[in-house]
Design a protein around this ligand. Structure first.
Ligand SMILES: [Fe+2]
Ligand SMILES: [Fe+2]
Length: 404
């Protein structure tokens, strides 16, 4: 089925240029061009739209107001700003309502790729109510202690950027959000940033300060606890998976860029659990109950209760936020890598193995079968014989960590 894309700009010449340059896409996309916010809302009320791409400064209703309206009335629509006005205040205003930001002039290829990626995400989540909720998510909860620490550091006249980098790198929610800011061109940074420390450095202390203290891109984890869930355990498992994935990728002689991607994909692979927990606490409780009662795995129970898994939910949100494809893919398929089309070693391979090892302490004395490791997938990649070596190096890391 054709995807429906809505372009909004008050300048007829800009709309004409878009129409001309995107003509080759008309077989795949049903494109509508609106000359203002009011017209765009009329289009949205009349037919389903998958992606909206809007200018920022328009008379009457500006792009931010339009997208805030779209978020409320049509939450499933992917919201992208395409703007030539890049003053900081305007950009900061757009961080909440927009999923992604593209600077004008934007080359046709970038525009096409960004829209195509947003459309492809739809295949990950089929449940409409889940799509609506996840598309509205603006932040992921952070550990209260780390949240207070980063706010204190940013409020202090002596705040240091290194300290801020360290705090953000220790929290899943903050890491994901800061990568969102760096990977979608809100602040005109080079895309494909896979390290939170680099993201903070590129954004600069003043921008991070404005984002955290004024725009409030981070939020705190509510005090209420679910029996059987610990945010600290999730953090520990995520960090271990990230470290293992990087080690495995290094063992397979991947380039430095791929090592960073593997680490970040490992760190974020279970981010969907945070999304579900923060937005569907009751259903999360039901999922945990099912795991305890039936012995089914977490993702099987999620499939039964939610109709989707934390892998799909996490990948969907990270994709909406413009994180690199390699990371989104590794998150989406970390439990079922055989469903991914890629047939060579990738961040997905590293994260799949790392996750299995992290869940089952990979000591050398426990070399028997590892649950959740898809040997059929690894055999298809002709990598099954590498598993003992990967286990060995990850086991060494675990022993180093346990050493007094
Ligand atoms: Fe998982
Ligand atoms: Fe995991």
């Amino acid at each position: 089925m054709k995807k429906s894309i809505l372009f909004v700009d008050d300048e007829p010449k800009v709309l004409e240029a878009l129409q001309r340059s995107l003509r080759p896409m008309r077989r795949e996309w049903d494109m509508t061009f609106a000359d203002g916010g009011a017209k765009a809302l009329e289009v949205l009320a009349a037919k389903p739209v998958d992606v909206i791409v809007t200018d920022m400064r328009m008379p009457g209703m500006d792009g931010c107001r339009l997208l805030a309206e779209v978020r409320t009335r049509h939450p499933r629509v992917v919201r992208i700003i395409l703007s030539g006005h890049s003053d900081r205040e305007t950009i900061l205003k757009s961080v909440g309502p927009a999923h992604q930001y593209l600077p004008k002039p934007c080359d046709t290829e970038t525009l096409k790729t960004t829209i195509a990626r947003a459309c492809a995400l739809r295949a990950l989540l089929t449940d409409e109510s889940l799509v609506q909720v996840v598309s509205r998510v603006e932040s992921l909860p952070s550990l209260p202690s780390l949240y207070s620490e980063v706010v204190r550091e940013l409020e202090s006249p002596y705040g240091s950027i290194q300290k801020v980098e360290q705090i953000i790198s220790r929290d899943l929610g903050m890491t994901a959000k800061i990568l969102h800011m760096a990977n979608s061109a809100f602040f005109g940074l080079p895309q494909h940033v896979s390290s939170p420390a680099r993201a903070v450095r590129l954004l600069g202390l003043e921008t991070v300060k404005a984002l955290v203290l004024t725009v409030q891109i981070f939020s705190q984890f509510p005090e209420a606890r679910l029996p059987g869930f610990s945010i600290e355990d999730l953090w520990h498992h995520s960090m271990t998976t990230g470290v293992f994935a990087k080690k495995i990728a290094k063992e397979e002689k991947q380039d430095p860029h791929a090592l960073d991607d593997s680490f970040m994909a490992g760190l974020l692979h279970d981010i969907g659990k945070l999304v579900v927990l923060a937005n569907f606490p009751d259903r999360y409780g039901e999922i945990l109950h099912r795991v305890r009662e039936t012995g089914a795995s977490m993702w099987e129970s999620e499939q039964a209760v939610l109709g989707s898994t934390h892998a799909q939910v996490g990948a969907y949100l990270m994709g909406l936020w413009g994180l690199p494809d390699s990371i989104v893919e590794a998150i989406a398929y970390h439990h079922c890598p055989q469903d991914c089309l890629g047939r060579s070693f990738s961040s997905l391979t590293a994260v799949h193995a790392a996750n299995a090892f992290a869940a089952h302490a990979p000591r050398r004395e426990e070399m028997e079968g590892i649950p959740h490791l898809r040997m059929d997938y690894l055999e298809a990649l002709q990598l099954a014989h590498r598993v003992p070596r990967w286990r060995e190096i990850c086991g060494e890391l675990t022993r180093e960590e346990d050493a007094p």
